[in-house]
Design a protein around this ligand. Structure first.
Ligand SMILES: Nc1nc2c(ncn2[C@@H]2O[C@H](COP(=O)(O)OP(=O)(O)OP(=O)(O)O)[C@@H](O)[C@H]2O)c(=O)[nH]1
Ligand SMILES: [Zn+2]
Length: 325
């Protein structure tokens, strides 16, 4: 079959009849999805046929999904999404309890970087716990970045986040002024798909600009605070990182929120609680007033910290409140 080669200009050489390529969805608008192929090219594709019907029925394609694209021979010829591979993970905004459905913000994230500042703005460990719980509830590994370490003595930055180190989280101490911690952080982003989160003004954009000059993030869109309460319709965008991996420019964890998390599951969102959870006297222990509670024993023994326990109690109450309403 002969084709007019000019129709394939953006797509490279004319694909053979049964040409398919695998890649990752990096953004989507109006039913057209941009796919970064495993060989590093970018193509645009749409969904047709069976997959489109499934998409309408709820199995929606999301940024981060791995797909197989097929060359569609119909004149003038275009790429269509022929298959969506199973998701390894999803960051999803669940509907409030009672309602059905969820919106997948990004699929296949490997980790979430929760960025706080050592100072300016003052870090709030309990707010950090809220971010961490959202990451855990979505089954995502979290990494804590304490930026602006040039503003405080090293020991005080470390003291602030010692409870999170004790809980098992990797903590990076960074500064874009001194360059502290940047190489180590860059190495952790390589070949993975990561999302950034954290309050406004902590230096998320500054960090990314120092780590990967020229990445050109939509800085406003990665701020949780900017988007707080304003349900942005701007979807996530994946930025390919030089050397491999992606950084997701997302509306952030706070927009995903705690909605839909069962209060009974929240203890599982505190990794340091998890090994203890079978050890309470009562199987349905909520770890607040019950005798023989393994979590409260660990609290007395100092292996669970007071601050983290307070976050647990507060977030559990908040979720139980959601459920009653
Ligand atoms: N001293 C110091 N200042 C920093 C550092 N990183 C960022 N800043 C400053 O902090 C301010 C906020 O930085 P941004 O990168 O805009 O912070 P952001 O988290 O992206 O903020 P939003 O876009 O509001 O979410 C800027 O004035 C930066 O110059 C750092 O490591 N040390
Ligand atoms: Zn208990």
């Amino acid at each position: 079959m002969t084709r007019d080669a000019s129709t394939f200009v953006q797509l490279g050489p004319t694909p053979p009849e049964s040409h398919t390529v695998d890649g990752v969805v990096i953004q989507g608008t109006g039913g057209i999805w941009d796919i970064r192929t495993d060989r590093g090219a970018t193509l645009s594709a749409s969904m047709r046929g069976r997959l489109k019907h499934e998409a309408l029925a709820g199995l929606k394609l999301a940024v981060g999904d791995r797909v197989t694209c097929a060359w569609d021979n119909r004149d003038p010829g275009s790429w269509t999404i022929a298959a969506i591979q199973e998701r390894r993970s999803k960051l999803a905004r669940r509907a409030p309890s009672g309602a059905r459905g969820e919106r997948v913000v990004v699929a296949n994230l490997d980790q979430v970087l929760v960025v706080f500042a050592a100072a300016r703005p003052e870090p709030h460990p309990r707010m950090l716990d809220r971010f961490l719980v959202i990451a855990e509830a979505n089954g995502l590994a979290a990494r804590i970045v304490v930026n602006k370490c040039d503003l405080v003595p090293p020991a005080s930055a470390r003291a602030l986040f010692a409870e999170h180190v004790a809980a098992g989280y990797p903590v990076h101490y960074t500064s874009v002024i001194t360059g502290e911690g940047l190489d180590e952080l860059r190495a952790e982003l390589q070949d993975r798909c990561s999302a950034l989160s954290g309050p406004s003004g902590v230096g998320k954009s500054s960090l990314m600009n120092h780590l990967f000059p020229g990445l050109n993030l939509r800085t406003a869109a990665i701020s949780d605070s900017v988007n707080k309460g304003r349900h942005t319709t701007v979807g996530a965008v994946l930025h390919p990182l030089p050397g491999g991996g992606y950084l997701a420019d997302t509306p952030g964890l706070r927009e995903v929120g705690l909605w839909g998390i069962d209060p009974g599951d929240i203890a599982h969102c505190f990794p340091e609680f998890v090994p203890l959870l079978g050890n309470c006297r009562f199987q349905d222990c909520i770890h607040t007033v019950e005798p023989g509670c393994a979590i409260r024993e660990a609290l007395e023994a100092g292996t669970v910290t007071r601050g983290r326990y307070e976050s647990y109690v507060k977030l559990r109450e908040e979720l139980a409140g959601f459920q009653e309403n």
